[in-house]
Design a protein around this ligand. Structure first.
Ligand SMILES: NC(=O)c1ccc[n+]([C@@H]2O[C@H](COP(=O)([O-])OP(=O)(O)OC[C@H]3O[C@@H](n4cnc5c(N)ncnc54)[C@H](O)[C@@H]3O)[C@@H](O)[C@H]2O)c1
Length: 439
């Protein structure tokens, strides 16, 4: 099939590249000229494991191309994906201006009836809005499909190729058959393609993200209680999570959830509910707990060093909102580092992939180290904020030698408290044992 994918970010680039890799002819469109120019040369603007060589290969084999020219892309296509961002507006609602602008543009350039696939995460009712925009912009009948994406940054290639399920919201048989044909190669393992109405498909994405956010906030809140009652959240996590109704996956305490999806999607769901005079108490609580959790590591540092951190140098390992991505959107590191800087500390940070992105938000308020080791030199403590693999089994002798003081704040519970105590470290983590910050 001939496919246009409009919006070539974390989602659009993966979707477009993997559709091309399945044999389709794909044109990826973006209005960011620098991004398009780089992609045309096979330089990918994001860090996503495994994506680089797929982009290069499909470019080389001429199944994949990149352009700013939406008109040409639409004219050449039977299916057009909308994969632009839907960031939070000031009132918490999803900003749909990009989605509607692209829909209008697709409609006005269409030379035949298209299947228009909304890949962006959009609130319930957006497909109806897109249909209305298309009716204004085009005299042709177009089908609108809601096809939310569930890939995870860091494992996006594998997630797209081997999805738990594919959700397709549509109103008739025609687009259903198109989507079945398109996704058939991904469903060989027997995973389902779930057909439903557009509104339920739109809601399904928010249901999944709000539930996952709630799960994280639940274990984080439980971790705080564990500290107060001198229990170990790691044992409790296993104790509860081995119940097959609960499960151990995605059930780890930490420094709070961030990223481009959970925070904004939780807010957008709250907004939708509020428009219908519904107060979603569980979802509100998930967000509230998360805001507190993002501050927790800094609070532990204040408890240890006092509220004035002037003269203190702190090493930070990990800036991205999670490992295996360079995405800094709503990363807990941003909140923690700002609190430390406001209290007078100097911060030396290292992240294997996200330092370029981090510079956009943190600028030169922090020093960026060339290596994880360099970040440690002369620092009064080490903070681990993102659990990249390379931080998991470090040489603690080297850490102790390079730090000015043997103190570690571990926001992801990746180290063993007993081992660190035996090595002479002061070790602070999340929810394992006695409280080390004021409740
Ligand atoms: N990032 C994820 O892990 C993830 C996962 C599932 C769903 N989603 C959803 O997918 C959507 C896209 O997310 P993302 O992370 O890829 O965003 P992104 O910001 O990385 O990418 C969006 C891209 O769209 C481009 N764009 C914006 N307006 C445009 C226009 N008018 N014409 C052409 N290009 C335009 C931008 O330049 C950018 O390259 C969002 O709705 C998000 O919630 C994201």
């Amino acid at each position: 099939m001939n496919i246009a994918v409009v919006g070539t970010g974390y989602v659009g680039l993966v979707v477009g590249t993997l559709l091309a890799d399945m044999g389709h002819q794909v044109i990826c469109v973006d209005n960011d000229r620098r991004k398009v120019e780089a992609l045309c040369q096979g330089i990918i603007p994001i860090y996503e494991p495994g994506l680089d060589h797929l982009v290069k290969r499909n470019l080389h084999e001429e199944r994949l191309s990149f352009t700013e020219d939406i008109q040409a892309a639409v004219a050449a296509s039977e299916v057009a994906y909308i994969a632009v961002g839907t960031p939070s507006a000031d009132d918490g609602s999803a900003d749909l201006s990009g989605v509607f602008a692209v829909a209008r543009s697709i409609g006005s350039h269409a030379t035949r009836s298209l299947t228009i696939v909304i890949k962006s995460t959009v609130p319930v009712g957006t497909a109806d809005g897109v249909r209305a925009v298309l009716r204004e912009a085009s005299t042709l009948p177009h089908d609108v499909v809601s096809n939310p994406e569930f890939l995870k940054e860091g494992t996006a290639v594998e997630d797209f190729r081997n999805p738990d399920r594919i959700i397709v919201g549509c109103a008739s048989e025609g687009p259903r058959r198109v989507m079945e044909r398109l996704y058939k190669p991904l469903l060989r393992t027997g995973k389902p393609i779930l057909f439903m109405d557009n509104r339920s498909a739109e809601m399904s994405k928010y249901a999944a993200n709000a539930f996952l956010a709630t799960r994280i906030s639940f274990i984080n809140e439980l971790a705080r209680l564990c500290e107060l009652v001198d229990a170990d959240i790691d044992a409790v996590r296993r104790g509860a999570g081995t119940d097959s109704r609960i499960g151990l996956r995605f059930f780890f305490p930490g420094a709070g959830y961030g990223g481009s999806c959970f925070p904004k999607d939780v807010r957008a769901l709250q907004y939708t509910a509020s428009q219908h005079d519904l107060h979603m108490h569980v979802v509100d609580a998930a967000e509230q707990v998360n805001l507190e959790q993002k501050r927790l590591l800094a609070r532990k540092i204040f408890a240890r060093f006092g509220p004035d951190l002037t003269g203190l140098k702190l090493a930070v390992w990990g800036l991205a909102f999670k490992p295996r991505t360079d995405d800094m959107r709503e990363a807990p590191s941003l909140v923690i580092i700002q609190m430390l800087l406001d209290a007078g500390a100097t911060v030396v940070a290292y992240d294997p992939e996200a330092m370029g992105e981090a510079r956009h938000s943190l600028g030169d308020t922090v020093t960026y180290a060339e290596s994880s080791g360099e970040a440690l030199d002369g620092a009064d403590a080490l903070l681990v904020i993102t659990e990249w693999n390379e931080f998991r089994s470090p040489d603690f002798e080297v850490i102790r030698a390079r730090l000015a003081r043997p103190i570690i704040f571990d926001g992801r519970n990746i180290y063993d408290p007993a081992e660190l105590a035996a090595l002479g470290f002061e070790y602070y983590c999340i929810g394992r044992g006695k409280p080390d910050y004021p409740a």
